[in-house]
Write a protein that binds this ligand. Structure first.
Ligand code: ZN
Ligand code: ZN
Length: 233
């Protein structure tokens, strides 16, 4: 069984990324990746209002455009498979900047609500057959900020509720995730081309969505690698 090159945390112009979905697919496809997840931000309602007042726009998928987002992801998944033999998993980053938690939902089937309690969000993701990931759970070196502070300070309570925790995000390594032996992934948190050079995940499984999800859940044939950009195959 082969090792798949994966990145499960990618933003596009649907939220605050600088590349369109099409450009992201070309970049990862041409570079030889096997599986990617598109996880644009969906902001909590209070942060949405705050951003709109301050900037007149916001860094989130427009909540009433969620169905369009999903439709475009379906078309892109088709194109990625036909053109590059690359899996594209639909996803979302539930971004609660009021309560300080960021959660990835990967391959969820329906809308999700970032205003809910963490436990309820995780239950909804599970009910939809999706994968939940605790994002950048500690202080980030590049910004000194900890946007998932709530997950960090309640780590033991949430430890087994998530399918996976980011042991690495872009340039950061979070030692405690490894020390605590939590199930892990490494992702780029891609927003712009320079983020392509970053920590990513290797998974040993067959190349289909259910096998990838099962490999993340089991977490016994997973590894991280520091991708220096460029083509990997
Ligand atoms: Zn985030
Ligand atoms: Zn992100």
């Amino acid at each position: 069984m082969e090792w798949l090159y994966c990145d499960f945390h990618i933003h596009t112009t649907w939220s605050d990324g600088s590349l369109s979905l099409k450009e992201v697919v070309e970049l990862y496809g041409q570079s030889g990746f096997d599986a990617i997840a598109i996880t644009d931000h969906l902001l909590d309602s209070r942060s949405l209002l705050k951003e709109k007042e301050k900037y007149g726009k916001h860094s989130s998928i427009e909540p009433d455009r969620y169905a369009d987002y999903r439709r475009e992801l379906r078309d892109a998944a088709h194109y990625a498979m036909e053109t590059y033999n690359m899996l594209l998993l639909p996803g979302i980053e539930l971004t609660n900047d009021t309560r300080k938690f960021h959660i990835l939902a990967i391959d969820n089937t329906d809308a999700l609500n970032p205003d809910l309690e963490v436990e309820d969000i995780l239950q909804d993701i599970r009910n939809q057959g999706g994968i939940s990931v605790a994002c950048h759970p500690a202080v980030r070196n590049h910004s000194g900020a900890a946007p998932s502070e709530y997950l960090w300070s309640n780590m033991d309570r949430f430890s087994t509720m998530f399918d996976s925790w980011e042991v690495a995000n872009r340039d950061d390594l979070f030692n405690s995730i490894g020390l605590k032996k939590f199930p892990y992934l490494a992702n780029s948190d891609f927003h712009e081309e320079r983020h392509f050079s970053s920590w990513k995940t290797l998974l040993r499984c067959t190349k289909n969505i259910e096998a990838v999800k099962e490999a993340i859940r089991k977490n016994d044939a997973v590894s991280i690698f520091l991708h220096r950009g460029g083509c990997i195959k």
